[in-house]
Ligand binder design. Sequence first.
Ligand code: ADP
Length: 198
Amino acid sequence: KQEAQEIDLPDPVKALPSNTIDETQNGSLVDKVSMFIGDITKLKIDAIVNAANYYLKRGGGVDGAIHRVAGQYLQQECDTLNGCPTGEAKITGGYQLPAKFVIHTVGPQGENSQLLKNCYKNSLNLALSNDVKSIAFPCISTGVYGYPNEAAAHVATFTVRKFLEKHGDQFDRVIFCTFLDIDKELYKKVLQTYFPLN
Ligand code: ADP
């Protein structure tokens, strides 16, 4: 089965079709997601996701923050991985971070929902295979890579919702880490859409 057809992203500007989410799962899934506002490097959880670049070389933004706190051995491990294609994900240790692992994923440059979706899915799959039960995502691609914030927030939360409908039992928590006010406001809205409390 084609990965691309597995999830059909709803159009965020139109009303959601009634069958977009499996409502029977709301009760068990809403407790597994949350929003954290602030610096992802502060989180003492199993894994934080890095919005990395193809070469897995220390850059700016969240990547720079993660490398700064993790220390030089993170770059040394990244250098053994032969880079990471857009949409894919690779895992390393967390070194001096409070998080045990860093999952490095490379977002698209510009708006490409399939590739952004792949980032979330491949990161979650890698989490599954490494027994990661708590994971935090930054707003991948919405910084230097220029993905429009609102569209990205929809892709992020919808993709996580669909993934958790299948594998929710294997996660304790998925955290959306927002750093900018605009994302904080957007995630309040999209979380209510895809993980409705009522
Ligand atoms: P990309 O190259 O994928 O666009 P950026 O790092 O430029 O990645 O931006 C991704 C998001 O990460 C932006 O919303 C940015 O504000 C945010 N960000 C920057 N520093 C941190 C941090 N320490 N913790 C969490 N998010 C951060």
